[in-house]
Design a protein around this ligand. Structure first.
Ligand SMILES: Nc1ncnc2c1ncn2[C@@H]1O[C@H](COP(=O)(O)OP(=O)(O)OP(=O)(O)O)[C@@H](O)[C@H]1O
Length: 330
């Protein structure tokens, strides 16, 4: 695939379930070879969108191209696409290894024992390869689902909440596998409610709210556009730091004494630039700065601001236009 061609291109995509509008005029272009995060409140339409990419459902309106080809009306994963929504489909009575060979056989794929061992190792399931899936935890099932998707050598990998139930080691395996795929040019789209996961993994993010796109683009752009954030400062002299902060333009001291990991911390509300100026002022005053960190991550702050704005706008519009939202269909 040419670098310039989007891995996914959607225009005016809509999908309804009865009266519920799950996707409403969704436009999207996903750059190939990147990890794209999909975020949004419960019911925002993330799973529905991922399901359309996987060919599990068909849109009611709009255009969808996946890997350069228009998606038709057949309920089948487009060529080169793999993944899962609502958890992977697995055979509980079979071992992890036998699940992978059975899934490969179902797809008419010739997966040798070596390739199966490779994908099991990729997701950190080598030690339980011959255990029955019935006894697997949620995180282990998620990792096996990812292994099954890897077995198809996808060019677009679609994952709904892949971090669900993962312990720290499992998360490391999954994140590592996804990064290696992106390095090899595979496009990954994943949904998550975990902003820290999205920040750690994704270069781009799309935020949905009630079926509409509120933001789609590079993570950096979203964070930079965030409003003033609360930052926590750990310093060698909290009292002096408070005085310096109070005297620094664009910085507001948020509350009284805050304790962070047993140490007195200062919380200030400021833009990134004002925080830099505060740190410089502290250094000039001989106050050593041990840690400066946003209390809520820039992505989370932007997410909350965008989705709140969207809901407020929608509420006002609905009230003004119809005044009939009391029964709450959505
Ligand atoms: N098969 C279905 N039948 C009826 N309504 C559906 C169906 N699938 C989704 N919906 C509705 O469509 C809307 C979008 O659901 P979707 O599952 O895509 O949201 P989501 O963003 O994935 O939510 P969550 O974060 O809770 O998983 C919701 O209002 C949901 O109730």
């Amino acid at each position: 695939m040419e670098e310039t061609q989007p891995a996914v291109r959607a225009r005016g995509l809509t999908k309804c379930f009865g009266d519920v509008v799950a996707l409403d005029d969704v436009g999207l272009e996903l750059v190939p070879g990147r990890i794209h995060g999909l975020a949004g409140p419960n019911g925002a339409g993330k799973t529905t969108l991922l399901g359309l990419l996987l060919g599990l459902a068909v849109a009611d309106g709009g255009e969808l191209e996946v890997l350069g080809r228009p998606v038709g009306r057949a309920l089948a994963a487009p060529d080169g696409v793999a993944g899962f929504v609502d958890g992977p489909g697995l055979y509980p009575s079979l071992t992890a290894r036998k699940n992978l060979s059975a899934l490969a056989a179902l797809r008419g794929q010739d997966a040798g024992a070596r390739r199966i061992d490779e994908v099991l190792a990729e997701v950190g399931l080598t030690d339980v390869a011959d255990d029955r899936v019935r006894g697997f935890s949620l995180g282990m099932r998620q990792r096996l689902g990812l292994a099954a998707a890897l077995l198809t050598d996808p060019r677009l990998l679609v994952l709904d909440e892949p971090s669900n139930g993962l312990d720290p080691a499992g998360k490391q395996h999954v994140h590592g596998a996804l990064r290696r795929l992106a390095d090899d040019g595979v496009t990954v789209v994943l949904s998550s409610h975990r902003m820290d996961d999205l920040e750690a993994l994704c270069s781009e993010v799309t935020i949905l709210a009630t079926g509409r796109v509120c933001f789609s683009g590079p993570l950096g752009g979203l964070a930079a556009g965030a409003r003033e954030l609360d930052h926590r400062l750990l310093t060698s002299d909290p009292e002096a730091a408070r005085r310096v902060a109070a005297a620094t333009a664009g910085v507001r001291v948020v509350d009284g004494a805050a304790v962070w990991r047993g140490t007195e911390a200062l919380v200030v509300r400021a833009s990134g630039v004002a925080v830099e100026q505060l740190v410089a002022a502290l250094v000039r005053e001989g106050v050593r700065v041990r840690e400066v960190a946003p209390v809520v991550s820039p992505l989370e702050a932007a997410y909350l601001a965008l989705t709140e704005e969207h809901l407020t706008d929608e509420h006002l519009t609905d009230e003004h236009l119809t005044g009939k939202q009391q029964e709450g269909g959505r």
